[in-house]
Write a protein of this length. Structure first.
Length: 54
């Protein structure tokens, strides 16, 4: 096989593969799920109206 032809085909295959990877084709849509939480990293929301301690 001609080395130039092999390099050209490999380059075209790499471009196609990068296109498939960047589009996310075949990946599951998990946008309806809440984001994952790590144990011990619970996000606590601040009080909207802090109480005065007098």
């Amino acid at each position: 096989m001609n080395p130039t032809l092999f390099i050209a085909l490999a380059f075209i295959a790499a471009l196609i593969l990068m296109g498939v990877v960047l589009t996310g084709y075949g990946s599951k849509d998990n946008s309806h799920l809440p984001p994952p939480e790590l144990p011990g990293h619970k996000f606590l929301q601040a009080d909207p109206e802090p109480k005065d301690e007098e």
